[in-house]
Write a protein that binds this ligand. Sequence first.
Ligand code: IFM
Length: 732
Amino acid sequence: MLHDTTDRELHEVTQRRGGASSNARRREPMDPDSHDADPLWSVVFDGYDPDIEQIRERLLAIGDGTLGSSWSPYPKSTSALPWVAMNGAYATVDGRETLAVCPIWNRIPHRIPQSDLTSMHRELDMRAGMLRVTMDCARGRLEAEMFSSQSRPGTVALVARAPEGLLREDDPIAPPPASPVIAYDPPILLEREATSTRMGWASVEIRDGCVAAAAVDVWTATHDGRVRLERVGRYEVLPADADVEEWAGRIAAELGALTYDELAEEQASAWEARWDDADIEVGGGEHIQQAIRFNLYHLMSCVAADGEAAVGARGLSGPNYAGHVFWDTDVFVLPFVAATHPESARAILEYRIRRLPEARRNAEKTGYRGARFPWESAHTGEEVTPDTVVDKHGRRIPVITAEFEQHITADVAWAACQYAAWTGDTEFAETHLPTLLIETARFWASRAVLEEDGRYHIRHVIGPDEYHEDVDDSAYTNAMAAWNLRRAAEIGSADPGERDSWLEIAEGLVTGLDDETGLYEQFAGFFDLEPLIIADILDRPVAADADLGYDRVKRSQVVKQADVVMLLHVLPELDGPEPVRANIDFYEPRTAHGSSLSPAIHAGLLARIARYDEAIRWLCTSAMLDLDDVTGTAVGGVHTATMGGVWQALVHGFAGVRVEGDSLRVDPRLPPDWSRLSVRIRFRGKRVLLVVSHDGVSLEAEAPVSVLIGDADDPIETAAAEWVAKALPSRA
Ligand code: IFM
């Protein structure tokens, strides 16, 4: 049977290779006359290149967690993909739940045809979550700025200035493709001076409602003889029967009272607060520093903090994977927000919790008990993985991950424990956590089968490595299932009989571990496959199935992405340095890194065993994956799981930070070439700044925290809010 989700992604949107980086001057000032972009905090593109415009749109996307928007200088051109999406707003497209394309608020009504454009600069100011643009032609310069408000998610603002004639009055909201519903009202009344005003609204139908968008344009003349357009807009999800026109009228009055400058000030403070809780600084060069911030910026842009957060595989930055939610969200993105912005982590879990009834139905429908989360999820929580995709040769091929890639169920439980560990949220730990653990454990208890050899087996699955389908006893799946069962057995309210059976199954599950070598067999029979070392024959990362053919990779030991290595990353309690070394030595050269989820996980574990050159190589690959369009898929949106992986590689791998009981373990590995590494996190509600240098570790917390340094058994209870410890971080 054929499948490949990477190929699927390659063909979801037109691939425009050519690499953003070859044409990007990412570290140059946007507008030397008026503004110096800080190279460590910005991504800058010069010029207009139809071949890679869509990639640039995705990379420069702005977002507030609830709303994500990409800007196109020429939105009607075929090289553009204007894109606004809202968290959790899925429409039914061709019978399939798909992230809805929302009305467009950020079209700048300029009169600079492409043929007149003499230069263009775009600067994503990551510190302030703002996109700045200049466009030049013989008739003068257009300057614009826009953002999606972190302090008022769903509210957007834009300002544009230009000599008269370069801007024209037009509708503030443009309908998305495929949605004709739009209306424009007469001018609105304002309390401030304006040469004219205009308001517009639009809505698109989604599952169980609609996304309504309204914006107000205020035109003024500036003192230097230019015209100024100020636009403020709002997006909301309304019930299907809502009177959108009435809503728009009400919202327009509110928007008219907001000014761009006030919102911009709020925006700067809101982003400053986010960075204060999440920034990472690496004394290892500008390039990597900028890339790290790029990854953190996009993560902070795409996870809602209120209600529920449905984080798709491309966040809110682009259309790939139809905005579906995978394990990417639970295992890759959630740890970042659990440790920097717990509200967002809670919202991710809320998304899963609200879909528990559907997960229960899914388990029942497929013959099991408890709750089984779908491999791909959207609005309803039903399984939405497509049955087939069209490959690059136009052939329709089956996708079987929905049936077989079942580790997602343990991944959700794992994410819930991560959140509880980082935050100490007792309300969650006493209510939702037990429910999630028990329901998921019930699934595994009904899924594992006791066989004649006296061991429990889980047959017919796909582990993280999707090159090998329908395998038995995937080491990752079984270990995660056993972990899930054991964690559920710790819940006081669990039924004693059930608890005993969970522990028995966890104990009896086949692990694939060879005690002598410390090697995990990825699945039953993996060691008997052709021992093909992909590192010896192809430059990686590579889609090995595309290069070598699906059948060849299936019959060989070529691994798509971190699998056993993933296991050692998510359950560090299983390892210790020796198994990590043995399994990295064996699996890394066999791994194609054909999924973007892979390199960062390797980087983190390679750092743990002090193999710094390799660790930095894979860290850079993942941190620059989108900026350099390494996989040729950035056109479909940025890779949020990769970005979460970058954070995990730095925090868990290099800085060596993990939660252990009620303490933070800090056991860093600092590469000799890095002068320092500093990490900002929140642990149990307290802000913590950790600085690792070759002299030692210093930790500053806003209130006392309990810390385990290196491999110490006894925690140090910090007595004061400010605390500094010394420990030697580097290990051979
Ligand atoms: O969830 C991943 C999977 O692990 C590899 N293929 C792509 C999916 C979405 O990113």
